[in-house]
Design a protein around this ligand. Structure first.
Ligand code: UDP
Length: 239
């Protein structure tokens, strides 16, 4: 394996990634796979934190589109994120790797609430930090929460595992002529509306000089390869 290219990363895991082949919920096999990949990356000496989504369980906007209250729907979405984070923490516990869930939404009986001091304490203790509950506020996405926590964590990059192996000019599953980019700038992603993350997440990453690295979640061990500058990925950096 090549030389490690990053010191500290924030790995954004969408709810969809935890769903595996299912159409809803959490696939324990997928949780095992994702956690094994993260432990492999951690063993390379990279400081790693996770930010989880909740779309496999609940999205506030889906409820709101049927006429329900958006804010309550988003609270439900953030609770879904916490459920995913707990599933990941259980798997780390099982493997004897210390992991701490820090939630933007306070659910004190279940996990610690996010604070910068809590983050630093967990980071210095060498725990894998699992950021949950999004930003704690409605109308945001877990991508934006990932960019925010990446800045607070002091990450060099947000890694995003997706269904395909990088950023394409169009969805390669729908358009045969779609081409893959090896490198892009944040402004390219914004101006071409490439839709890999929402615009607030990309802007926050750009303004804090945090790279975005997009790769496929379907290849076991790909996270470690990409950290070593191998594998297939698109890297978004400030020009
Ligand atoms: N959410 C929110 N504020 C946040 C992050 C998430 O209200 O800061 C809610 C929102 O309802 C969203 C849901 O949590 O639909 C799940 O997050 P997201 O859809 O971003 O998850 P992903 O697509 O990554 O699985």
């Amino acid at each position: 394996m090549g030389q490690v290219q990053f010191t500290r990363i924030l790995y954004k895991i969408s709810g969809e990634a935890l769903m595996g082949e299912q159409s809803f919920g959490i696939d324990p096999t997928m949780v095992e796979r994702v956690v094994a990949d993260i432990i492999e990356a951690r063993n390379m000496g990279v400081s790693i934190a996770l930010a989880v989504g909740g779309g496999n369980l609940f999205r506030g906007v889906a409820l709101a589109s049927k006429g329900a209250d958006r804010v309550t729907g988003d609270h439900m979405g953030m609770l879904a994120i916490i459920m995913n984070a707990l599933a990941l923490r259980m798997e780390f516990d099982k493997r004897g790797v210390p992991a701490t869930v820090l939630s933007g939404l306070a659910v004190p009986q279940v996990c610690d609430q996010f604070t910068q001091r809590g983050l630093i304490a967990a980071r210095d203790a060498g725990d894998v930090i699992i950021f949950a509950g999004g930003t704690g506020s409605p109308y945001f996405t877990s991508d934006t929460a990932a960019a925010l926590r990446a800045a607070e964590f002091g990450a060099d990059a947000v890694f995003k595992g997706t269904q395909v192996d990088g950023i394409y000019s169009a969805d390669p599953r729908k358009d045969k002529n779609a081409t893959r980019f090896d490198t892009l700038s944040h402004d390219d992603v914004l101006s071409k509306a490439l839709g890999i993350m929402d615009m607030s997440a990309v802007t926050l990453a750009r303004d804090n000089d945090i790279d975005l690295v997009v790769f496929s979640i379907h290849q076991p061990g790909e996270l470690a390869r990409v950290i070593a500058g191998e594998g297939t990925f698109t890297r978004v950096s400030r020009t």
